[in-house]
Design a protein around this ligand. Structure first.
Ligand code: 6GU
Length: 228
């Protein structure tokens, strides 16, 4: 059982990705417990203030340390956490080996930034790991957190119907997955490769391996050189 606590000022952004498909199935089966906490509920005063102007002056608002400290402290009093992850474009890039590693953890907190980010003391004192999903900027950490959680949860044994299928994903063996086709075998003259209709498992396996290698060479040569 893996437990993930996600902290956000816009929890609504996380609702749909966590309540459908494989992530939902894993939750329903009790393979993963995923909770979304609204940081605003931990804000101070009648307005539940969670952000403020940056010291030194600059445009944009910064998430305050106090509400985040309070929620993390409360969660840590209830159980031990293996990681407190902050989603940020300057973090370590999410890739398949990172997802594999994190899928073996028990309890994780994922903090989503928003606006200009969080008070840096959160990162210096509370966060154990910083994760980015790519070299581009999104408006907040929620969509990246949803991507991270999906990449982790789908690897938990039992989350995917056919347990083999996560292992045959692209990247899992540093190769892209081969093409797949389904009926009809001929759509207006666009035909499925004959070998897939041959019924010969050995030929089909060989074709898939060859396609994987060729697609990787063409589309992601850096994977073959071990650069990614
Ligand atoms: Cl983790 N957060 C934001 N705001 N933008 C991103 C990102 C994270 N990863 C790539 N872009």
């Amino acid at each position: 059982m893996i437990r993930i606590d996600i902290l956000s000022v816009v929890p609504e952004l996380l609702e749909s990705p966590l309540s459908h498909s494989i992530v939902k199935r894993a939750s329903d089966k009790g393979l993963a417990e995923i909770y979304v906490h609204n940081i605003r509920e931990y804000g101070r005063g009648a307005y539940r203030q969670v952000d403020d102007y940056p010291f030194g002056g600059e445009a944009g608002m910064v998430l305050m340390i106090e509400p985040i400290f309070n929620i993390i402290t409360k969660l840590k009093a209830e159980r031990d956490y293996d990681e407190v992850i902050y989603m940020t474009p300057d973090g370590e890039m999410l890739d398949q080996p990172m997802a594999n590693r994190l899928s073996c953890k028990r309890n994780m907190i994922i903090l989503c930034g928003h606006y200009k980010g969080v008070d840096h003391r959160v990162r210096e004192n509370l966060v154990t790991m910083e994760v980015s999903i790519g070299n581009y900027v999104l408006s907040g950490g929620e969509i990246p957190a949803a991507a991270l959680v999906d990449s982790i949860v789908r690897l938990i044994p039992g989350a995917i119907g056919d347990e083999m299928s996560a292992l045959s994903d692209s990247f899992q063996d540093e190769l892209l997955a081969p093409p797949v086709y389904t009926r009809p075998a001929d759509f207006n003259g666009w035909r499925v490769p004959d070998v897939l209709l041959s019924g010969n498992p050995k030929l089909i396996d060989e074709w898939r391996e060859r396609e994987s290698l060729e697609r990787t060479k063409k589309l992601r040569p850096s994977l073959l050189k071990g650069e990614d």
